[in-house]
Design a protein around this ligand. Sequence first.
Ligand code: FES
Length: 107
Amino acid sequence: MPKVTYVSAGGHRTELELPNGLSLMEGAMNNNVAGIESECGGKCACATCHVYVDEAWLDKLRPSGALEDELLEGTASERRPTSRLSCQIKSSAALDGIVVHLPQSQS
Ligand code: FES
């Protein structure tokens, strides 16, 4: 299964293997990774699953849609060029090894 590494704001790394198709938000929630919330349950409606995607992986993601882009304007922690919503990123072989950094706060 593809690997995903979550890096907390304090630098703690959690490496998980997630089934294909599971979102990075779901993977975090299912495995009690602190630092990602999911107020809307993955419907791209809350922005509490905000992550900073490691720059090495940014080009491998599909571009964010208009709705995601709009939500990213309202994140609790600052928006950066690497900001994405983790409910919109699905685990896949193409993303095997992806690293995401968790923001200081989601609310
Ligand atoms: S979980 Fe709500 S936007 Fe991702």
